[in-house]
Design a protein around this ligand. Structure first.
Ligand code: GLU
Length: 578
């Protein structure tokens, strides 16, 4: 028996802490988008210029991996609040020639100088969220530059320097600030506190730059040129690395990230986690992301119900999704963390008989209320030591893109600097992440260590869920992912159910109002059709919370020989294919 009763009693506190946190990358409206049909190649990304950069690279004969590098480099320029060279990412890569799926972990790591008390205030209590976020303390060693190099080394077709061209050109010539970026700059309380960010995002009189203003980023262009000629090493050693270290070390809240932390950074290739769902195989990112395991658990728990019969948009379907999700979150919070530090019982968590037993806890008639973690089957693999659960929340400021090339290679990549504008520290035109706040602020509860506590060299638990579904014929059939903090898991699970059970295409699936449960109240997307489910869900015993649920789902669905691309109407993204 693995579960600690004392620790579980603390879950409501953690839940309260979760719901108290604001969403940093605010909603900025809804733009209707049409599904894009493509016979050969397709890119879906969070900004039209990033999607275009990827599409141009594909049109020039580049592979999905080449396009992924170009998209990421462009996003770091035009969607700087969400991702960039100063952050981390996870990528799934389907290689058509070998018919193999792999996953690359480019998650940030805690510096060697980080301690479990990193986010404790002098009185021993957890620091307030923004005290922890702002400055150098939460900056983890960025993983994106090396991840891009790893993607290119494995599956690039064009020369490395060639895929840098679109972003270098635009960083030098300038791009117009979108209305979303302008609103996020204007709304941010901390960005102007950093002199480099102030000079870049604000007018000399201190007013935030407005939509349509042309932004040039020569510092970023120079960093890109250095990487284009020197490889990713140019980021991890030498002058750029020295500037990153100096920026992290500056007041307020200096961090300990050092030149040797940067030099030691490695991308880790991992087996993706995969599971069957009805006739298909769903694959995602394993630990240190909780995304793949949690999405697979949700689907497996739903398998005993006929979701097609309970239909899209009904109380019955929303109830089942919410119940499966609360069970998955109970396990996620208890067990999942960096596998290099905490043994991860992935096989046990995905064991079919364990999940069949867990699914029996779901009643179509009544919410089960707060779920507790399951007792994992010992035969299904090593068990984690008894740790206290962690319900620390990742907040939505992230980007996901999905790409298929004409040879059939696929990339699904979710990339993040954590909070909007990350640590609000800008170095050479690059914003640094605050990813270490994805660790639990509390190192222990009731004398038991929290699995996801800060430790030197450790990767904070993530929720990102880049997902590739292999159809019954073994070929990639769905590619999807999203930002959304820990709500990522629910957004992805619902999008998959929408495409697999309700027959929606990749655009219609993203337009459904969100229904999310993280083992507390059931969140319904305010202003959407899902909001009308409130009374019905309350009658089944759910506490219901109406909220702006600001996903950024970017999906592709194969039907027959063609791909259909969908971009989230809640953000500025675009699908471009041909
Ligand atoms: N930092 C989060 C994670 O890695 C992602 C935040 C977001 O989606 O906005 O799980």
């Amino acid at each position: 028996m693995l579960v600690c009763a004392a620790a579980l009693a603390l879950a409501p506190t953690a839940q309260a802490q979760n719901s108290a946190r604001p969403a940093p990358e605010a909603a900025t409206g809804w733009t209707a988008k049409a599904a894009v049909v493509a016979a050969h190649e397709l890119v879906v990304a969070a900004h039209p210029l990033a999607a275009q950069a990827g599409a141009d690279i594909l049109a020039a004969g580049g592979s999905a991996a080449d396009a992924a590098v170009a998209v990421q480099l462009m996003l770091g320029l035009v969607e700087p609040q969400s991702s960039g060279l100063g952050g981390g990412a996870f990528a799934l890569l389907w290689d058509e020639a070998t018919r193999k799926l792999t996953s690359l972990d480019g998650r940030e790591t805690a510096p060697a100088g980080a301690t479990p008390a990193l986010f404790l205030a002098p009185d021993g209590k957890p620091a307030s969220f923004y005290d922890a976020v702002i400055g150098g303390r939460a900056v983890g060693v960025p993983g994106v530059p090396r991840l891009l190099a790893a993607l290119h080394a494995r599956a690039g077709r064009l020369p490395w320097a060639r895929v840098f061209e679109p972003a270098i050109r635009l960083a030098e010539s300038g791009f117009a600030i979108t209305s979303r970026l302008a609103r996020l700059i204007a709304a941010d309380k901390f960005l102007a506190g950093d002199p480099a960010a102030r000079a870049y995002f604000f007018e000399p009189d201190g007013t935030p730059k407005r939509a349509g203003t042309v932004l040039r980023n020569p510092g970023y262009a120079a960093v890109l040129r250095a990487l284009a000629s020197g490889g990713a090493d140019a980021f991890y050693a030498g002058a750029i690395a020295a500037d990153v270290v100096a920026a992290v070390a500056s007041e307020p809240h200096p961090g300990s990230l050092s030149a040797s932390d940067l030099a030691a950074y490695r991308v880790i290739e991992r087996e993706p986690v995969c599971g069957r769902y009805r006739a298909v195989t769903v694959c995602g990112m394993g630990p240190p992301s909780s995304g793949g395991v949690a999405v697979l658990q949700i689907l497996a728990l739903l398998e005993r119900f006929d979701l097609a019969a309970s239909r899209v948009g009904t109380v019955a379907s929303a109830h089942l999704l919410a119940e499966a999700s609360r069970l998955a979150f109970a396990d996620r919070d208890q067990y999942l963390a960096d596998p290099a530090f905490v043994p991860q019982p992935v096989a046990a968590l995905l064991d079919p008989s364990y999940l069949a037993q867990r699914a029996m806890l779901i009643s179509p008639e009544r919410s089960l209320g707060k779920a507790v973690p399951g007792e994992l089957p010992r035969r299904a693999g090593a068990l984690a030591p008894c740790c206290a659960p962690d319900a620390s929340l990742e907040l939505p400021s992230t980007s996901h893109f999905s790409i298929v090339d004409r040879a059939g290679n696929v990339v699904a990549m979710t990339t993040t600097i954590e909070d909007a504008f990350g640590a609000r520290r800008m170095v050479r035109g690059v914003l640094l992440n605050n990813q270490l706040t994805d660790f639990s602020f509390l190192p222990e509860r009731d004398g038991k260590p929290v699995a996801n506590r800060v430790e030197p060299g450790k990767r904070p638990r993530s929720s990102v869920a880049p997902t590739i579904v292999l159809g019954a014929d073994g070929n990639p059939m769905i590619v999807v992912g999203t930002p959304g903090g820990s709500r990522i898991i629910g957004y992805v699970a619902q999008a998959l159910v929408a495409m697999l059970d309700w027959g929606l295409d990749a655009q219609a699936a993203l337009e459904l109002g969100h229904v999310v449960n993280r083992n507390g109240a059931t969140d319904l997307e305010a202003g959407s059709a899902a909001a009308a489910l409130k009374d019905g869900l309350e009658k089944l015993g759910h506490a219901v919370n109406l909220a702006e649920l600001n996903s950024g789902l970017h999906a592709m669905l194969r039907r027959g020989g063609t791909w259909i691309g969908g971009a989230d109407p809640r953000r500025e993204g675009l699908a471009i294919g041909r």
